[in-house]
Write a protein that binds this ligand. Structure first.
Ligand SMILES: Cc1cc2nc3c(=O)[nH]c(=O)nc-3n(C[C@H](O)[C@H](O)[C@H](O)COP(=O)(O)OP(=O)(O)OC[C@H]3O[C@@H](n4cnc5c(N)ncnc54)[C@H](O)[C@@H]3O)c2cc1C
Length: 428
């Protein structure tokens, strides 16, 4: 099969989906080819913009952004473009009636601090209503509620760890296990199973009854991410109003219920924008002449199954986890175009502190200000390929808490650049 399009986006993680929506918004015909769902499906769905600077948690990400090194993706774009990208993303969420918001303090947009199942607090910026933690810090009595059979959350462990934090010196924590709404024969229960159940009338009634038994006695009830499968925030608002109690989800491990809700929202919007999806397609051949990519293809058993011609390509294939970069014992390589990845600084696989910044997390491709790939001398390598997301180097999303923030900012801008190069006169 052969296809032609204005813009081809390779990858459907947050960077790829944002790039596709941005190029479509600027009038391009867009195709997204992707081998899998990307990290959205294993994430909480909250947008980390910049939660830590120099290993210290920060409240105002915009202030810290101005201090980042010039090679950081945010510095390449500039704060104004990052803000535009987020505004555009928030406009999409609002159009799809997804209730995301940013916390305010002293008239500024700031990070929220979100409780996790391990009883820690994580900073994040643009968050769904179900994660609104604003009441938690002034609550006197908090209940941590798990569900029988759900092994991801130990309410006792979570409550014990939260109670040790100075923020909660005046707070009393209690725990409970709700009876499972699933039958005894159900395989190992995940939050996603429960969220799907809660999306049904019976499941909602089960949850309302369980919460109702405790609502009068607690200011906040923390639950795993089981409040349905839609990002609309309608269910959580209903529960809070009905029970007069602040019900709030905890951040947890995969499967990422919140990320799946967000992914569905973005895909619904993309379908409405007539973006075409080619799923389960691994693009593994690129035909390049000079600095121009003529076409890319999916080859299996030496047979070319699919050939895609695009005026411009957004490469949003993720990092090592996403499949865009792969590692050998002593180096990192880019999969599709064999683009040069700068060597990892320091020892590649070892770092003295397992939880601190790690050299390999910073690794990725170098780009110019248009997000085109460049070599070590900053010479542009491909004139119609723009990079977005985790395959770009110069930042450490785990340490900085900037994963989806960089993905959305670079995705949006790569979409604008690709549209411009396709002759659409997009502005950014
Ligand atoms: C467990 C986990 C949870 C996280 N949770 C959060 C969170 O809640 N908030 C946050 O801000 N950050 C979070 N992050 C960080 C964040 O996931 C990454 O920084 C971000 O997802 C990168 O997005 P991306 O679109 O660049 O890559 P990815 O999401 O990895 O997407 C890559 C895409 O490219 C496709 N692909 C790769 N190679 C090919 C190919 N050759 N052909 C076709 N398709 C290809 C993949 O199938 C996939 O669709 C989390 C990270 C992890 C590991």
């Amino acid at each position: 099969m052969q296809l032609r399009t204005d813009v081809l986006v390779i990858g459907s993680g947050p960077a790829g989906l944002t790039a596709a929506l941005s190029a479509a918004e600027h009038g391009c015909q867009v195709v997204v080819a992707s081998s899998g769902a990307g990290t959205l499906a294993i994430s909480s769905g909250c947008i980390d913009l910049l939660g830590q600077y120099q290993q210290q948690e920060i409240s105002d990400p915009w202030e810290a952004m101005t201090k980042l090194p010039p090679t950081h993706p945010y510095s390449l774009l500039g704060c104004e473009r990052v803000a535009k990208a987020l505004q555009s993303f928030q406009a999409i969420l609002a159009r799809r009636k997804s209730d995301y918001f940013v916390a305010q303090k002293d008239g500024k947009n700031v990070n929220s601090r979100l409780p996790t199942i391990l009883g820690t607090l994580k900073p994040s910026y643009l968050i769904p209503q179900s994660l609104d933690s604003s009441r938690l810090f002034s609550a006197k009595k908090v209940l941590v509620a798990g569900v029988e059979g759900l092994r991801d959350l130990s309410p006792k462990l979570c409550a014990h760890e939260l109670a040790l934090l100075p923020e909660f010196a005046e707070t009393t924590f209690a725990t409970t296990l709700f009876p499972s709404p699933l039958s005894q024969t159900h395989r190992g229960v995940s939050s996603l199973d429960l969220a799907r159940r809660v999306a049904s009338a019976e499941g909602k009634s089960w949850l309302t009854t369980c919460l109702g038994r405790f609502a009068n006695a607690y200011d906040v009830i923390l639950v795993p991410p089981i409040l349905g499968i839609k990002a609309s925030g309608q269910l959580v608002s209903e529960l809070r109003q009905m029970l007069h109690c602040h019900v709030e989800e905890l951040l947890t491990i995969p499967p990422g219920v919140g990320g799946i809700r967000l992914r569905e929202t973005l895909i619904d919007e993309a379908r409405e924008q007539k973006i075409r999806f080619l799923e389960n397609v691994r693009i593994n051949k690129a035909c390049v002449s000079g600095q121009h990519c003529e076409y890319v293809a999916a080859v299996e058993d030496e047979e070319e199954n699919l050939r895609l011609y695009a005026k411009n390509i957004v490469l949003a294939t993720g990092g090592i986890l996403g499949g865009g970069l792969f590692t050998t014992p002593d180096q990192v390589q880019e999969e599709l175009f064999n683009l040069p990845v700068p060597p990892v600084q320091g020892q590649m696989c070892n770092a003295s502190d397992v939880l601190a910044a790690h050299p390999i997390s910073q690794t990725g491709l170098s780009v110019d200000r248009s997000l085109r790939p460049v070599d070590v001398h900053e010479n542009m390598l491909l004139d119609n390929v723009f990079l977005a997301g985790r395959s770009i180097g110069g930042y450490d999303p785990a340490d900085e808490k900037s994963g989806f923030g960089v993905a959305i900012a670079t995705g949006w801008y790569a979409g604008v650049m690709a549209a411009n190069a396709a002759g659409m006169e997009a502005s950014a």
